[in-house]
Design a protein around this ligand. Structure first.
Ligand SMILES: Cc1ncc(COP(=O)(O)O)c(C=O)c1O
Length: 344
């Protein structure tokens, strides 16, 4: 979701951006006005996440998924070896790509428990180019509450919980996230990378080198300009709202929903309590047909897009930053009404 106040601002500016008589959609990405959008989005992120000056902020394309390749291509430089914590589908996809570029050591994996809890991290081996983990597992509904490992070059995929709460950037060397969950719409991927890791001489193609995008202020080629503009607007909204308020609201929303699930005799969530995600709450009636009936029933309460990921089934409520408390309350109303009907 995108907050309605942000959408209304976008709507108001859509036909005429800052008195130019042009829409932001029609503007050259080389114009001063557009470059200001990029710089403002960067400044906003730096402020919101307290990003130190020795980190670069890049806006790239290719989705978060392209980072599964760009990371090993750019960072597997000295040892051709990296450690990965496997906590679900998205880390597995990253592992598959990294294996094309060097040795991958799995330092924790809960696949045999269907990823219903988070893996513990083994002692990291020496001579690693980096260590990699995913902060929030969008599909399984698990989320690390603490950074699970320490390494000088720690890489984190924060696609589904970036800016949902404060994090310590300085404990990481590279953080990346697609914008489309907590920071706007699809088309732009945020990469926050320690400057000393950006190298020109990594021997990969121009578009795939972080150095190319650093030198060009993320404008080497035509960017996804509208997505960047939305990112700027959403980060303005986050600054106005305050990360503390956002964090508290996210805790409150997830708390309400987990409480309802735990009290219910119809719905359940079997994720280990301390590993439960505040962003993606998975639940089920343990009956695929009844889950389907509930998903349709919930539509009459304006609750849509709650079908679980195809490999997991059941329901998944994504409570990203822009989901209001009222949205969660509506879902709870639907769950209670459905449960009463089923039990009648
Ligand atoms: C944690 C995580 N990483 C990576 C991705 C892939 O993102 P994209 O579709 O932008 O490539 C997703 C998508 O949902 C995700 O949840």
């Amino acid at each position: 979701m995108v907050d309605p106040t942000v959408m209304r601002q976008i709507q108001a500016e859509l036909l005429d951006y800052k008195g130019t008589g042009m829409s932001i959609m029609e503007m050259s990405h080389r114009s001063a006005l557009f470059e200001a959008v990029v710089n403002d989005a960067k400044d906003n992120l730096r402020q919101l996440m307290d990003i130190p000056e020795h980190y670069e902020i890049l806006f790239l394309q290719g989705g978060a998924s392209l980072q599964f390749s760009m990371i090993p291509m750019n960072l597997m430089f000295k040892h051709q070896r990296a450690a990965y914590l496997n906590s679900g589908v998205w880390s597995q996809k990253a592992i598959d790509e990294a294996k094309r570029h060097g040795e991958v050591i799995i330092v924790g994996d809960n696949a045999n428990m269907m990823h219903k809890s988070l893996p513990l991290c083994d002692v990291l081996p020496d001579s690693l180019d980096y260590a990699y983990y995913v902060t929030n597992n969008t599909i399984y509904g698990t989320q690390f509450k603490q950074i699970p490992m320490e390494h000088a070059v720690l890489v984190a995929d924060m696609s589904s919980d970036i800016l949902s709460k404060p994090i310590d950037v300085s404990k990481h060397a590279l953080i990346f996230a697609g914008a489309q969950k907590n920071l706007g719409i699809a088309g732009v991927t945020i990469v926050i990378i320690r400057k000393d890791l950006i190298r020109e001489d990594v021997g990969v193609d121009t578009m795939l080198r972080y150095a190319t995008h650093q030198k060009a202020n993320s404008l080497y080629n035509t960017p996804a300009s509208f997505s960047l503009y939305v990112l700027k607007k959403v980060t303005d909204w986050l600054l106005e709202t305050g990360l503390e308020t956002i964090t508290k609201r996210n805790e409150f929303k997830a708390g309400l929903l987990y409480e309802t699930i735990d009290k219910s005799t119809l719905f359940s969530n079997d994720i280990k309590a301390e590993d439960r995600s505040l962003m993606n709450v998975v639940f089920t009636t343990n009956d695929a047909k009844l889950d389907e009936t509930f998903i349709n029933f919930a539509k009459s309460y304006d609750c849509v897009n709650i079908k679980g990921y195809r490999s997991v089934g059941g329901m998944r409520a994504s409570l990203y930053n822009a989901m209001p408390v009222e949205g969660v309350k509506k879902l709870i109303e639907a769950m209670n009404a459905f449960e009463a009907e089923v039990k009648a």
